[in-house]
Ligand binder design. Structure first.
Ligand code: HEC
Ligand code: HEC
Length: 345
């Protein structure tokens, strides 16, 4: 008999624990980390179950979603790199077509309100539509994906188990992908265990980095999400002809050159950095903030204080901030078998 999985909001699991729920069940329950803000995803419409999660997982790793069956979501979003792209500065889609942005990490999506560097999509369920239909990604149509999946006995069975009917539809496909991504929660770094008083300590240098980060970086990389969820210009460019960022969505000149403040969780792993993947290392990123912030009409005021561009930091301070950022690395997440390629086990 199939195990019934109950969707339980937060509180219940963290802290007062798991009376009556075996570990096998909790693996597919959405767990709200106590140091995170409330989830933004509306689970009422799409409660997590193991079968839906597993369907989403199969879809995520299956190149059948692309026009020529060569590219899966996982090609550009690899677990070892917290589901970002370790290889390409700009992502590469079908027929080796180059995109114009760096693939961001997929982690803690359930807590995010805007998706893509410019916030062009505001619900997780719609993200895969862009990925599947985009000419620079999978270049396929939703209806053709549905046709291809309907031909497969394996998928019809998975849809049946997940939704009670073997009929494949794009809505169900999107729900399943969202469930898989919603469960991708990274909240088990050394930082998290330290902040939740779970017996972890930070070294003196890491703790010093934490203080420096709070004064120099946390205006934008705020809260335990390490982003305030806003769109800002952090001084990469003087002009925005290449990519106007948020202005592509709002068509407002005031938004030119603004991009979503990315979370810095697992930043040790998610290189190359920035929307255009221009920096290879955290050292280069810190050098940017210290020495090469560029003036423009939309440059964030936080990066121009008392008329001086950038953030004042010594080399020693930069090094400590980098050590601190590395405490956000969560190998339990990048090694979590639940999120691995199901076609390889
Ligand atoms: C060819 C590479 C490629 C493929 C294939 C791909 N993505 Fe992406 N993904 C990207 C890039 C690049 C972005 C950023 C796009 C932008 O900001 O304009 C992105 C953004 C995202 C985001 C938003 C993350 C955030 O923080 O805003 C999610 C979620 C996502 N992709 C999920 C998927 C899923 C699910 C699939 C498969 C259906 C998929 N991607 C396929 C390259 C890819
Ligand atoms: C004014 C707001 C602001 C401040 C202050 C700020 N950042 Fe950022 N940060 C951003 C934005 C916006 C981006 C994305 C820019 C883009 O890609 O165009 C970003 C990107 C990054 C990235 C790349 C992440 C990725 O996944 O590509 C790192 C690392 C980073 N910042 C670290 C820092 C550190 C360390 C500090 C403090 C020294 C800092 N930031 C201060 C707004 C800010």
């Amino acid at each position: 008999m199939r195990t019934a999985i109950v969707f339980i909001i937060g509180l219940f699991l963290f802290g007062c624990g798991s009376e009556g729920i075996s570990p096998a069940d909790t693996a597919y329950v959405f767990q709200q980390p106590s140091n995170f803000p409330p989830a933004t995803y509306t689970f009422e419409n799409n409660p997590v179950t193991k079968d839906r999660f597993e369907l989403g997982r199969a879809l995520f790793y299956d190149p059948v979603l692309s026009a020529d069956s060569t590219i899966a979501c996982a090609n550009c979003h690899q677990q070892v790199r917290s589901f970002s792209d370790p290889v390409h500065k700009f992502s590469k889609g079908v027929n080796d077509v180059s995109g114009f942005r760096n693939a961001p990490a997929i982690q803690n999506m359930a807590f995010q309100a805007h998706f893509f560097w410019d916030g062009g999509v505001n619900h997780l369920d719609f993200v895969p539509i862009n990925a599947i239909t985009s000419e620079i990604e999978m270049a396929e149509s939703l209806s053709h994906v549905v046709t291809k999946l309907s031909r497969s006995d394996v998928y019809r069975e998975k849809f049946e188990n997940a939704f009670g009917t073997g009929e494949v539809s794009s809505q169900k496909m999107l729900y399943a992908l969202s469930q898989f991504m919603n469960m991708m929660i990274s909240a088990d770094s050394r930082y998290d265990r330290y902040i939740r008083h779970e017996g972890e300590t930070l070294t003196a240098d890491e703790a010093a980095g934490m203080k420096l980060f709070a004064t120099k970086c946390s205006t934008c990389h705020a809260t335990d999400m390490f982003t305030d969820g806003t769109f800002r210009n952090n001084g990469l460019n003087e002009t925005f002809a290449q990519d106007s960022g948020r202005a592509r969505v709002t068509e407002s000149a005031d938004d030119r050159g603004k991009f979503k403040v990315p979370s810095l969780r697992n930043a040790e792993l998610t290189f190359p950095y920035m929307h255009d993947g221009r920096f290879r290392t955290l050292q280069e990123v810190l050098n940017h903030y210290a020495h090469s912030v560029k003036e423009s009409e939309t440059l964030d005021p936080a990066l121009k204080q008392n008329g001086a561009l950038g953030i004042v930091m010594t080399d020693d301070e930069k090094a400590k901030i980098i050590l601190y950022i590395k405490t956000l690395t969560d190998r339990n997440f990048t090694n979590d078998k639940r999120f691995s390629n199901p076609f390889l086990n």
